[in-house]
Ligand binder design. Structure first.
Ligand SMILES: [Zn+2]
Length: 274
């Protein structure tokens, strides 16, 4: 009898799980992939308007669950950082509460379950765990990928190297991930050679536009601040204009990925936006 009861419970659980996944809505989960305490914001504006100021930045990863598959947008800092509670770094001090893979496991997901991976750009706070997703299909701007695997690798960064052999979809201007316009990745270069942003359209929440690092904090966006460490400051200018036009056209809620207020405004994991 006990065995039968346990069988029925399992069957019921399976039905419930199936019902949840058969739900056609697109869901956005915001994962906490670290935080950055910046002692001096000088590097964030090549006109020096934030020199000497400090800020605490968020460092999220985003999981988009679509009936056609799961898309991970950015992978955060390399997750062994969570084993060092006091954090690392000086002017940019990085900390992490929980590993990305542990957060995915809360949803019953292993890295191999993620169908599509895309990163806004190669910097270590966005591609830290990218190599863990080599079983996914990597959607990447052609120029960014070429830069990532150039003879002289940028800053000797290694966390994404396993992506070299991943199934890869390269694009030049933009890419519609699910073919229905619900998740479109658009190249807005300058921060890095092939830096990209993501437009997401949700049934209830409407359009969201994820900045990558085209904008780094809300005040900087107001004055179109260009970081001193951008790959190409000149190329960033038209990208800033296009981003503003995209936000206007879609009436999109802009998510500046490092802006803590934007991070805090999104449902706290494992809650989601749909
Ligand atoms: Zn960043």
């Amino acid at each position: 009898m006990k065995k039968i009861f346990s069988y029925i419970s399992t069957a019921l659980l399976a039905v419930t799980t199936h019902a949840a996944s058969a739900d056609d809505s697109i869901k956005l989960y915001t994962l906490d992939c670290g935080a950055v305490d910046v002692a001096d914001m000088a590097p964030f504006d090549n006109k020096g308007r934030f020199d000497g100021q400090s800020i605490v930045l968020a460092n999220p990863c985003f999981l988009i669950r679509h009936p056609k598959g799961d898309l991970l947008w950015d992978t955060g800092m390399e997750q062994s950082l969570a084993d060092t509670p006091e954090g690392i770094g000086d002017n940019f001090h990085f900390t992490m509460k929980r590993k990305l893979t542990d957060q995915l496991a809360d949803l019953g997901l292993a890295t191999a379950d993620i169908d599509f991976l895309s990163i806004s750009h190669w910097h270590p706070d966005h591609s830290g765990n990218a190599g863990l997703f080599a079983a996914s299909t990597w959607i990447v701007n052609r120029t960014e990928r070429a830069f990532m695997f150039a003879e002289e690798k940028p800053q000797g960064h290694e966390d994404y190297i396993a992506l070299k052999d991943a199934k890869t979809l390269q694009f030049d201007d933009n890419y519609d991930v699910f073919g229905d316009g619900s998740a479109v990745i658009t190249s807005l270069p300058g921060h890095t050679p092939g830096h990209s942003v993501l437009t997401l359209k949700l049934d209830k929440a409407g359009a969201l536009l994820f900045s990558g690092d085209l904008h780094i904090f809300a005040e900087g966006r107001k004055m179109d601040a260009i970081p001193t460490f951008n790959f190409d400051a000149e190329a960033t200018v038209p990208s800033l204009r296009l981003f503003a036009e995209m936000a206007e056209k879609e009436q999109a809620r802009v998510i500046i990925q490092h802006e803590k207020a934007d991070f805090d405004s999104l449902p706290k994991f494992p809650d989601y936006l749909d």
